[in-house]
Design a protein around this ligand. Structure first.
Ligand SMILES: NC(=O)c1ccc[n+]([C@@H]2O[C@H](COP(=O)([O-])OP(=O)(O)OC[C@H]3O[C@@H](n4cnc5c(N)ncnc54)[C@H](OP(=O)(O)O)[C@@H]3O)[C@@H](O)[C@H]2O)c1
Length: 278
């Protein structure tokens, strides 16, 4: 059966991959984005109903993070609009180990919609499509929490899991925790990238305060600076949050992508060669 599916965050790291996969499978996909038609903007609730009109399912990626003030209100407004628009099911992307995000998960679970929750560890793609790409290009990855061991997960694995659970109702009401196959420190992932890229890329341990000061100096908004402080301290600072899960393998019937595999496929895209070109 083919569905009409709204992919909110459909231009982002997991969203664009979900759009590609669903489209390939023959579903009718609408990209939820501020530049979409119709436009979807988390900061303007009046855009929710037009974007949900005619949809029967939706993938929900909140931006910047379910832990930020205002997320609960936005998720409540969205699920109410989805129920009104007659959607059958939603899949929410959540953050593994983010206690604050669990309130949003509960809002979805109690919304009256069928749902699945996909809780993700930190993405590999933060180093190639996100906040840490510039550090890799500069050859100096200065990040706090040197002792944190993180089961980084690949955005392709998340997208494959999301695509499956969106259209398979046997996952209704379930929480799927997606991680990579192994816990790695920042120093270890930087070393994997350095070997793949073939030029110096070094990890430099700094404090959370130093990281936040750098973000402020770069002109990033206070809310974003707060969010990174929260993610480093509360999420990475608690080893209980960082266990490897086998849900990717359970859902997809294959092993989760390793950081080494991620580094090789990312190298092939050329994104890490930008610094050499400059
Ligand atoms: N990155 C990680 O390591 C990680 C780990 C676990 C969970 N998560 C969760 O994943 C989600 C996305 O995080 P991400 O940093 O990786 O971002 P991302 O998916 O790359 O997000 C960017 C997307 O958000 C959209 N967006 C930005 N502002 C928007 C707004 N005001 N209204 C509507 N759409 C907006 C962008 O669309 P347009 O610019 O086209 O409007 C784009 O599609 C967050 O909820 C986060 O908690 C991330």
């Amino acid at each position: 059966m083919k569905h009409n599916i709204l992919v909110i965050g459909g231009t982002g790291k997991t969203g664009h991959r979900v759009v590609e996969r669903l489209t390939k499978s023959g579903h009718h996909v609408t990209v939820g984005s501020r530049n979409g038609t119709p436009s979807f903007d988390w900061e303007d609730y009046s855009t929710f109903a037009p974007a949900l009109k005619g949809m029967d399912r939706a993938y929900i990626v909140y931006y910047p993070d379910l832990a930020v003030p205002g997320a609960k209100e936005a998720i409540t407004a969205l699920t109410e609009a989805a129920l009104k628009a007659g959607l059958e099911k939603v899949v929410l992307l959540s953050g593994k180990g983010e206690t604050e995000a669990e309130a949003c998960e509960q809002i979805v679970a109690n919304s009256g919609l069928n749902y699945s929750l996909v809780r993700a560890s930190w993405f590999n793609q933060n180093f190639s499509e996100g906040a840490f790409l510039d550090f890799v290009l500069a050859g100096q990855v200065a990040l706090p929490m040197p002792n944190a061991e993180i089961p980084f997960v690949d955005a392709d694995d998340i997208a494959e899991v999301v695509t499956k659970v969106l259209v398979d109702d046997s996952y209704n009401g379930k929480t799927i925790t997606v991680t990579g196959p192994k816990k790695l420190t920042f120093k270890q992932v930087v070393s994997v990238m350095e070997h793949a890229i073939g030029r110096d890329v070094k990890y430099i341990p700094i404090s959370i305060e130093e990281f936040k000061t750098g973000m402020k100096a770069a002109g990033l908004p206070d809310s974003y600076v707060w969010l990174f402080g929260y993610l480093f301290k509360e999420v990475l600072g608690n080893p209980d949050n960082q266990e490897v899960s086998h849900d990717v393998e359970k859902v997809l019937g294959r092993k989760a992508t390793s950081f080494e595999e991620y580094a090789q496929k990312t190298l092939a895209t050329g994104v890490w060669n930008q610094a050499i070109v400059q």
